[in-house]
Design a protein around this ligand. Sequence first.
Ligand code: ZN
Length: 220
Amino acid sequence: MKKLLMLLVLLLGVLVGEVAWAGQASLVSDAEKRWLSQVWGRVVHQYSRFTRTAVPRLAIWNRPTEVNFFYQSQTHHVLVTTAAMRVFQGQDGEVAFFVGHELGHALVQHEPHQSERLLDFLRSIYLWPKAKGAPLSKREQETLPDMWGLCLMSAAGYNATDAAAGFGRMGMVKGTAYEWAARGQVVARWLDAHPSDQRRISLLSRAASAGLVQHCQGRR
Ligand SMILES: [Zn+2]
């Protein structure tokens, strides 16, 4: 239902010609938009190096108590909720990872061969995934977007360690000044689809130190 609503809102945005900020931006200041566009611009510049597919549009979704980033494949949008925008305000590298992860979902869809190369790289440094062509579990399907996220944000000049810092901040919104300011219980909705356990974080840091970024840059 929520996804359907989101789709409707986005389509309305398209109809009134406000694709980039698709009608949810009433609570977002110009300064916030400028900040997010600047991080986004650096990351999508890297995205464009890997695919001829159009760059997804960026849309703000007005959800003051739900921290989430989302790739909507039907409309080719990356959505950032207003809550995510506020929680991560000023944390450029962390946001670069999360939008990079969402762009990674688009790359997995549109650039299967390059994505398979990233999986091969993971096989070379880690005992996972075991066999080529073996179906990936839902959780494993999030690993490739993670690697793309790491690749894109690092290539854009952000520090790879910000990815883990982002997971940390995502997991700690409860009970913070942010939650108080939002006047309601804040939910890190992104974590529902992306459980951030130690395995995931250590795979990211292991991939970074094994040269994932150079690998994805060098073998386009
Ligand atoms: Zn994901």
